[in-house]
Structures are given as structure tokens and as C-alpha cells.
Design a protein around this ligand. Sequence first.
Ligand SMILES: CC(C)(COP(=O)(O)OP(=O)(O)OC[C@H]1O[C@@H](n2cnc3c(N)ncnc32)[C@H](O)[C@@H]1OP(=O)(O)O)[C@@H](O)C(=O)NCCC(=O)NCCS
Length: 156
Amino acid sequence: MEIVIKKMLGNSAAPMDLLLEADPSEQNIKQYLKKGTVFLAELEKNIAGVMVLMPISPASMEIMNLAVDEKFRGKGIAKKLIAHAKQACADQNMDFLEIGTGNSSLDQLALYQKCGFRMKKVIENYFIVHYPEPIFENGIQCMDMVRLKMKIKKDS
Ligand SMILES: CC(C)(COP(=O)(O)OP(=O)(O)OC[C@H]1O[C@@H](n2cnc3c(N)ncnc32)[C@H](O)[C@@H]1OP(=O)(O)O)[C@@H](O)C(=O)NCCC(=O)NCCS
């Protein structure tokens, strides 16, 4: 089974159901879809995963959203999407790739560190201030945002 990563040409057809699995705020998603680039992971003609990549400074890109359809999880699709984001950063001469996740997102924190991200800071109460409903995962309330960052190695 070959996973193919494709850049979407227009973001209006981005798979909202899947994007909502990574970010419960449709309003937030619509904001970053305006400026971001959407990548789809296709597996045997199914949309198996999605990622939104957006510049946040002249030297940095951020993965704003990353989600894999439940049916296709555990097959390395998220790792492939992150590898694709690293390459896109290198191609655009960016220095850093960043991502933010919740204190309660334990599997995601494992995944991101396996891919080379390092924890840089914590934005306290981010999810309490920005989301109307309390979020729980792994029996833990999601309150703080953990910011992770990696240096992009460019081909010389
Ligand atoms: C987080 C998510 C994107 C991972 O996607 P995925 O394609 O299943 O991830 P991968 O197969 O590339 O797995 C990479 C790592 O994730 C972890 N992982 C994946 N599936 C897992 C599972 N079923 N249970 C526990 N850990 C798992 C493992 O650490 C794995 O590393 P390994 O290959 O060394 O074992 C997916 O679970 C998802 O869409 N979740 C809901 C949305 C979300 O939380 N997005 C991130 C918002 S911050």
C-alpha cells in the first residue's frame, strides 16, 4: 500500500471532518486555511490524512493541523506527512519547523519527539482561554499548549 502526499490546489475543498479531529475549532481552522498550504495523504484513492503548513515568520513554518483518518492510523502516515513538512521547509529555505499540542496529547508528544521536535515552551491556559468547552484526553484536562520546534537541515 503506497502512501502518496499531494499538495491541494485550492483549500476550499479541504477535508473539514478530518481537520476537526485535530482541532475542535472550525473557526480557527478556517483562519489558517486562508494562509496555509494543505497536503493530503492518499492511500489507494482514499484521503487518509491531512496536514496544514503555514509560515509564521520569515524563517519558520508551523504545522497548524495534522490528522489521520482513524481507519488508517498506526501505519506511519503522520510520520510521512511530518517528513514532507520538513522537506517543504528545506525547499523554501526555512530555518525552523514548529508545532503546538496540548499537555494531554501524550501520543502526539511521543510522535513529534520521534520525528525530531524538541519542546521549547509552554503557553499556560491556552486551551482554556481559546476553546469554549473543556477538552479531556487520557483522563487529563487539556489546558496548556506545548510548543515544539526543530531546526531544518538544508542541503548545502
Ligand atoms: C496523532 C495522529 C496524527 C497520528 O497519526 P498516525 O498516522 O497514526 O501516526 P503514525 O502511524 O505515523 O505513528 C507515529 C507514532 O505515533 C504513535 N502512535 C501511532 N498510532 C498509535 C496508537 N494506536 N497508539 C499509540 N501510539 C500510536 C507512536 O508513537 C508511533 O510511533 P512508532 O511508529 O515508533 O510506533 C493520529 O492519531 C490522529 O489523527 N489523531 C487525531 C488528531 C490529532 O490528535 N492530531 C494532532 C493534533 S496536535
